[in-house]
Write a protein that binds this ligand. Structure first.
Ligand code: C2E
Ligand code: MG
Ligand code: MG
Ligand code: MG
Length: 297
């Protein structure tokens, strides 16, 4: 029983006893079993890549996409929020990240062959980013797929960069030398020094969706979005507004000049075949403009 377990554990040493309570034991077991399921899942092809269109604020046409991983396990489609943290802790993020990179590059190559010039972003987690092999892997993937360099964007976060800024600068530089591009993801939620924006070879900022969500209700959020946009314009960085869900949000953003829009209003992340269908249709994915249409109705 619990008391006995605790007693025995305590005898094993001060620093260990907490791991032997039945509750934590069960938790640890769940984690270990989920981890081995994920490991097997990666090996057995249970990962899927979905693609969320990124569109131009003016035309609504597809400009690129973000690749987002899902895990199809026992008939369920599991969101990355539920397994990326585990993958990071366990080190499985390295094989997972490699699969994502290879699969994304394969799609990008297919679009290239079909005559589309799209930018495709993939998310990097800090563990991958400090991996010595990342530059080599990226080179190998380019060679294996024949993808023209400059099509892939790596999405990185402020906290990832700030952890080890010198090393980050080094890896970014090495990737950039071979065509890698970079978006700073979830921008505004971290605590990076603005000076780093100048020091790092960034191509764009993705405004975190928490600011977009509150555009209508909160003057501070509007002010923050405006500040980020003008900062990006000054530094000649592209801007992607994340999580755009309403025509009101879109109207506000369109009023600030050209940018890129990503969000359910344009499209949720979709499987590759669906994305390709949207691409072939070539239609605007945005509703007609409400406020920013200079030509009127
Ligand atoms: P993220 O990179 O910020 O990706 C954007 C997330 O916002 C996606 O969630 C997307 O489905 C969601 N989203 C897009 N538009 C809207 C909208 O209009 N409203 C709302 N409410 N949500 C929207 P998802 O796919 O669940 O991914 C969550 C996070 O998991 C990502 O955040 C990213 O940090 C991480 N992730 C996803 N795929 C990968 C991957 O391949 N590798 C790594 N390391 N991380 C990944
Ligand atoms: Mg992202
Ligand atoms: Mg994001
Ligand atoms: Mg986000």
């Amino acid at each position: 029983n619990a008391d006995m377990a605790m007693y025995r554990a305590k005898q094993l040493g001060r620093n260990n006893y907490q791991f032997f309570t039945p509750e934590l034991d069960a938790q640890a077991h769940r984690r270990i079993s989920l981890e081995s399921k994920l490991r097997r899942g990666i090996e057995q092809g249970e990962l899927e890549l979905h693609f969320q269109p990124v569109v131009s604020s003016g035309s609504g046409k597809i400009h690129g996409a973000e690749a987002l991983v899902r895990w199809r396990h026992e008939g369920e489609l599991i969101a990355p929020g539920e397994f990326i943290p585990l993958a990071e802790e366990s080190g499985l993020i390295l094989p997972l990240g490699e699969w994502v990179l290879r699969t994304a590059a394969g799609r990008a190559r297919a679009w290239q062959d079909a005559g589309y010039r799209l930018g495709l972003s993939i998310n990097l987690s800090s563990r991958q980013f400090t991996d010595q092999e990342l530059v080599k892997l990226y080179l190998a993937v380019l060679a294996d797929t024949g993808l023209e360099p400059g099509r892939l964007y790596f999405e990185i976060t402020e906290s990832l960069l700030m952890k080890e800024i010198d090393r980050a600068q080094h890896i970014l530089g090495a990737l950039r030398d071979i065509g890698g591009k970079f978006y700073l993801d979830d921008f505004g939620t971290g605590y990076s020094s603005l000076a780093y924006l100048k020091r790092l070879p960034l191509d764009g900022l993705k405004i975190d969706r928490s600011f977009i969500r509150d555009i209508e209700s909160d003057a501070d959020s509007r002010a923050i979005v405006e500040a980020i946009v003008s900062l990006a314009q000054t530094l000649h960085l592209a801007i992607v507004a994340e999580g755009v869900e309403t025509t009101e949000q879109l109207g506000f953003l369109q009023g600030m000049g050209p940018m890129l829009i990503q969000g359910y209003l344009a499209s949720p992340p979709v499987p590759a075949e669906r994305f390709d269908a949207l691409l072939r249709q070539g239609d605007s994915l945005l509703p007609p403009s409400t406020t920013a249409n200079a030509n009127g109705p």
